[in-house]
Design a protein around this ligand. Structure first.
Ligand code: SF4
Ligand code: SF4
Length: 385
């Protein structure tokens, strides 16, 4: 069987428990030594979406990062941690983010090297890519001998779920993400293909998913933390995502990255295609896991694309929560948001491409995704949803 996924229970972020669960997860996959040599520079790619504390469940928990760094160091290899946050970063904002997410302390305690993906970029030609043959990427990605991904299991308003494959969007530095969103966000399958292009161009040798506390609802930054109590590991991002979305109660083929991976022949079509180690999937499935407002699980994609406009699923600003920081205005790919300090942000729905970057990046959770009663009624009537 080409795909293997290891699932282990872990009920807290207590350091010894996390270390034990990670080691138990990696053992049936051949251990870390099956992918890392002592001479390797090992890039540990985190999810550092925004400056939120670990308990907000937005970013990879520092306990997972600490345990992974230590395992790499025990093999004599050189670990490096980093990411490009959503909307990009300056030196100062990255410093704040590292402090708030608990990663600065981990870096200090372990002596691990730190990179900021937005520091240096380059153009990489990819003959494996379907969407863009030249990709603007963080230089740090290209300098690694081995990449280990540490995603978090969360919902996502645009892609419905963010996990192992979606983690690769951070390969694209800072403001370049806005450009890629602009060219792909109106077709979710095209965006999923871009994520898979990043994946096949620089695939991680190993992915360890933080699903101890994940996020449900309108993720990836403003949903609700959800205790799941699991660590998942795999050498295949696509298989790991298949298992994670199944546990989260999605129809796997309703998740664009899972569906497009299967269509490209780089992901499983059925759970039976995956060899599981540790826990079995069926008893872990969370049938009450809250999906994002944008994700009617079994509505056909062509209908969903139409209904985005016709039935007005849209981002809405809650003026009482807005602190007038203008982050949404700066990050909106098609410049559909106008902003003045006095009036705050105003969205032109005629220009809005429903990428939900504004909802994702608003530091105050002041932008929500709204679907109309008509859309909700329609979704309820769709068979199997
Ligand atoms: S990002 Fe959020 S808080 Fe900042 S201006 Fe936009 S809505 Fe207001
Ligand atoms: S208003 Fe929000 S959802 Fe619409 S295009 Fe701009 S960032 Fe995307």
């Amino acid at each position: 069987m080409p795909y293997e996924v290891s699932i282990h229970k872990c009920d807290s972020y207590d350091d010894p428990k996390v270390s034990k669960a990670i080691e138990a997860s990696l053992a049936p996959l051949g251990g870390l030594e099956s992918v890392v040599k002592a001479t390797d520079r090992v890039l540990i790619k985190l999810n550092l979406l925004s400056a939120k504390p670990p308990e907000a469940a937005v970013t990879t928990h520092p306990a997972i990062v600490r345990a992974t760094i230590k395992l790499v160091q025990e093999l004599g290899a050189t670990p490096v941690v980093g990411d490009s946050p959503g909307g990009g970063s300056t030196l100062a904002s990255y410093k704040t983010l590292l402090e708030k997410t608990g990663i600065r302390q981990v870096v200090e305690d372990t002596g691990c090297e730190l990179v900021r993906f937005d520091d240096a970029t380059l153009q990489v030609a990819s003959d494996k890519a379907k969407t863009f043959k030249n990709l603007t990427l963080a230089k740090a990605i290209t300098e690694a001998d081995v990449i280990i991904g540490l995603p978090k299991l969360k919902t996502h308003s645009l892609t419905y779920y963010t996990g192992a494959v979606k983690l690769h969007y951070g390969y694209i530095p800072g403001v370049s993400k806005v450009e890629y969103h602009l060219h792909t966000a109106q077709d979710i399958n095209l965006f999923a293909d871009l994520l898979l292009d990043l994946h096949v161009t620089f695939p991680p040798a190993l992915t360890i998913m933080d699903a101890i506390v994940g996020m449900e609802g309108d993720g990836p930054s403003n949903g609700n933390p959800r205790k799941i109590g699991l660590l998942l590991a795999s050498k295949s991002c696509t298989a790991l995502d298949y298992v994670a979305v199944t546990i989260a109660g999605f129809d796997p083929m309703s998740v664009p990255t899972v569906k497009m991976a299967q269509e490209r022949g780089i992901g499983p079509a059925r759970l039976e295609d995956i060899e599981l180690f540790g826990e079995q999937v069926e008893p872990l499935i969370m049938r009450d896991f809250e999906k994002p407002s944008t994700a009617p699980t079994r509505v056909p994609q062509f209908l969903l694309n139409s209904f985005k406009r016709v039935f007005a699923v849209k981002p809405v600003v809650n003026a009482s929560k807005c602190i007038r920081c203008a982050e949404c205005f700066r990050d909106c790919p098609p410049k559909a948001i106008t902003f003045t300090k006095a009036a705050g942000p105003k969205i032109d729905y005629g220009k809005c491409i429903r990428c939900y970057c504004c909802q994702e990046l608003c530091p105050e959770g002041a932008i929500t995704v709204s679907s109309t009663p008509m859309m909700r009624r329609l979704i309820k009537r769709m068979p199997g949803t």
